[in-house]
Design a protein around this ligand. Structure first.
Ligand SMILES: NC(=O)c1ccc[n+]([C@@H]2O[C@H](COP(=O)([O-])OP(=O)(O)OC[C@H]3O[C@@H](n4cnc5c(N)ncnc54)[C@H](OP(=O)(O)O)[C@@H]3O)[C@@H](O)[C@H]2O)c1
Length: 263
């Protein structure tokens, strides 16, 4: 199936590893031109090298801390200076730290707000004018199953991602008439370096093997396994594509059946 993404410009942030990396690779496979970034220039350059050698598409790789306004502005400016447009904007950043209500300071709340909410707001603000002048565009937010079913010990993520989803749903209504679509794809538990590290940390804390922890976690998922980053990436690329031309304001889960809610 031709997804209609050839030569489209896709900005995929937080893409040196995990889900962001897989999404960037999938856009490259479709022939899109990429702008990618993360805090580690060497790591994101490595991904750019893989993209170029595997798919031969243009890639701009930048270092940026997405919780920092100046860095986000720099990413937007470099992308627009290089390609002249942004056709697809992916919203992705590292997750906020874990914690329960009584353990989190004001500083941690503000920092998580900058990372999860304001990075998205600033990226959209910077990319929207180019989509509006072109008369088309797609924004895909990479969120979490926590917007449907809050996850224990992830209070910041639960609170701020849900707030962001409210903002995106509102905005999707405002820009739908301009042929700009906004959708959200939510991972359940996908086998990225972060998930592997979390399992290792839990194993150490509980005095069990990492394999035991992973197997227990997988057994709670109806499909009986973690997802692979590439499986998640396919949904993001489809939501951004011309084949999803009448889909906007939606939330699509890639979770092996883990979320228990109806909607
Ligand atoms: N994997 C899952 O099952 C799952 C489930 C629910 C939600 N999520 C969410 O999905 C997102 C991606 O998760 P992942 O599993 O792919 O994590 P990951 O494997 O740890 O990758 C995170 C990526 O984000 C970048 N990053 C982190 N903080 C950043 C910052 N402040 N500025 C710029 N880049 C930053 C990292 O690169 P640098 O270190 O180079 O900056 C890395 O490329 C996270 O928000 C996570 O909470 C994941």
């Amino acid at each position: 199936m031709d997804l209609g993404l050839k030569d489209k410009v896709a900005l995929v942030p937080a893409s040196s590893s995990g889900l962001g990396r897989a999404v960037a690779m999938a856009f490259a496979r479709e022939g899109a031109k990429l702008a990618i970034c993360s805090r580690r220039q060497d790591a994101v350059d490595e991904v750019a090298g893989e993209i170029k050698s595997q798919y031969g598409t243009d890639v701009l790789s930048m270092d940026a801390d997405l919780s920092n306004k100046d860095d986000v502005d720099k990413v937007l400016k470099s992308t627009l200076d290089t390609y002249g447009t942004i056709d697809v904007l992916v919203l992705n950043a590292g997750g906020p730290p874990p914690g329960t209500f009584d353990t989190l300071s004001d500083e941690q709340w503000y920092q998580a707000f900058e990372l999860t909410m304001m990075s998205a707001v600033r990226l959209i603000r910077g990319a929207l004018p180019s989509m509006q002048s072109k008369g088309s565009g797609a924004i895909v937010s990479m969120s979490s199953s926590s917007i449907k079913q809050p996850i224990p010990n992830l209070l910041l993520s639960n609170a701020i991602r849900a707030g962001l989803q409210g903002a995106l749903k509102t905005l999707s209504d405002e820009v739908a008439g301009q042929n700009i679509r906004i959708n959200t794809v939510i991972p359940g538990r996908i086998r990225t370096p972060r998930i592997v590290q979390l399992d290792a940390a839990n194993a150490e804390k509980l005095g069990k093997s990492q394999d035991e922890i992973t197997k227990a976690s997988e057994s709670a998922i109806p499909m009986g396994r973690y997802g692979e980053p590439e499986e998640f990436a396919e949904a993001v690329v489809f939501a951004a594509s011309e084949r999803a031309s009448y889909m906007t304001g939606g939330v699509f889960q890639v979770d092996g059946g883990a979320v228990k809610s109806l909607w």
